[in-house]
Ligand binder design. Structure first.
Ligand SMILES: Nc1ncnc2c1ncn2[C@@H]1O[C@H](COP(=O)(O)OP(=O)(O)OP(=O)(O)O)[C@@H](O)[C@H]1O
Ligand SMILES: [Mg+2]
Length: 268
């Protein structure tokens, strides 16, 4: 601990000292304080949101389509700014953090994860300078190494834009590897909606559990089976936080989560 430095400055100092800026893992606290947000000025899609996610805690966001789950993520990575209220990372308003630092501290895996035309390696490193060993380690950790090694040119295999030569599950795992190599303190996952076969689903579930270790995480799960092990589930409806708790306590409340869960059970 460096004396007299606020936690954030200290984290940056540590990151700068390390050989690769990405070597730092620091699980952070995320706090939403009275957050109001609308894409249009007269129409709020998030209404007075208050919650704190503790360092290392895994939280899931659940709710019907249009409830505002992805909007929360867009605010966190500052694709948009709040209309009112504050979002704080370890007490610091994210408006006061340089964009580069936000990017270093959180990995965001989006619903429609993108791939670009280039080889597998650079789709994991995003053009940054990592040794091949680090790329392989990230791929192994996220259960995608075996798949990559079976490709005609392994890590040098060219991928098409939109990843049309990959399955939905493979794209998801590649996105995990891209997050793993950066080793961020915060992981945000907007789960792909695509239906996955049982084998791929298990592979992804296992990779995700490894990826989540020692990080603060927010997971938007469309398949509620993904989130049975999270610490807390936040249930949103039309931009409001209407229930929270773990899986069992929410089932016992017999509210929106319980009905969403039962519906999914019926759908199989
Ligand atoms: N770029 C945008 N411009 C205007 N309105 C938007 C925009 N993106 C989302 N919205 C609206 O904001 C509301 C919340 O959308 P959001 O994408 O956060 O929902 P979601 O909970 O992620 O839904 P899903 O489960 O379908 O992904 C919706 O009413 C949506 O129509
Ligand atoms: Mg969404």
């Amino acid at each position: 601990m460096v004396q007299g430095m606020p936690p954030l400055a200290e984290a940056i100092a540590v990151a700068d000292q390390s050989e690769q800026g990405a070597a730092l893992v620091k699980a952070s606290e995320i706090r939403f304080e009275q957050v109001l947000f609308g894409y249009k000025s007269d129409e709020y899609v998030l209404k007075d949101l208050n919650f704190t996610i503790h360092p290392g805690e895994k939280v899931a966001l659940v709710g019907p389509t249009g409830a505002g789950k992805s909007s929360i993520i867009r605010l966190l990575c500052r694709l948009y700014d709040v209309s009112q209220g504050e979002i704080r990372l370890d007490g610091v308003n994210i408006r006061d953090l340089p964009q580069a630092e936000l990017r270093r501290r959180m990995a965001v895996i989006l619903q429609d994860g993108f791939l670009f035309a280039g080889d597998v390696k650079s789709n994991i490193t995003l053009g940054e300078d990592y040794p091949l060993e680090a790329v392989k380690a990230a791929a192994a950790k996220t259960n995608v190494a075996q798949f990559i090694e079976q490709l005609p040119q392994g890590y040098d295999t060219l991928l098409r834009e939109r990843g049309t030569n990959l399955s939905g599950g493979q794209k998801q795992l590649l996105a995990f590897a891209r997050a793993a190599i950066r080793n961020p303190g915060i992981l945000i996952l907007d789960e792909a909606t695509a239906n996955l076969d049982v084998g791929t689903e298990a592979l992804i579930q296992d990779a995700l559990e490894k990826l989540l270790e020692d990080r603060t995480a927010i997971i938007i799960a469309h398949r509620l089976s993904t989130i049975r092990n999270v610490d807390r589930i936040l249930v949103l409806k039309q931009g409001e936080l209407i229930e929270q708790g773990n899986h069992e306590s929410l089932l016992a409340q017999n509210g929106l989560y319980a009905s969403l869960y039962k519906l999914q059970m019926l759908e199989g």
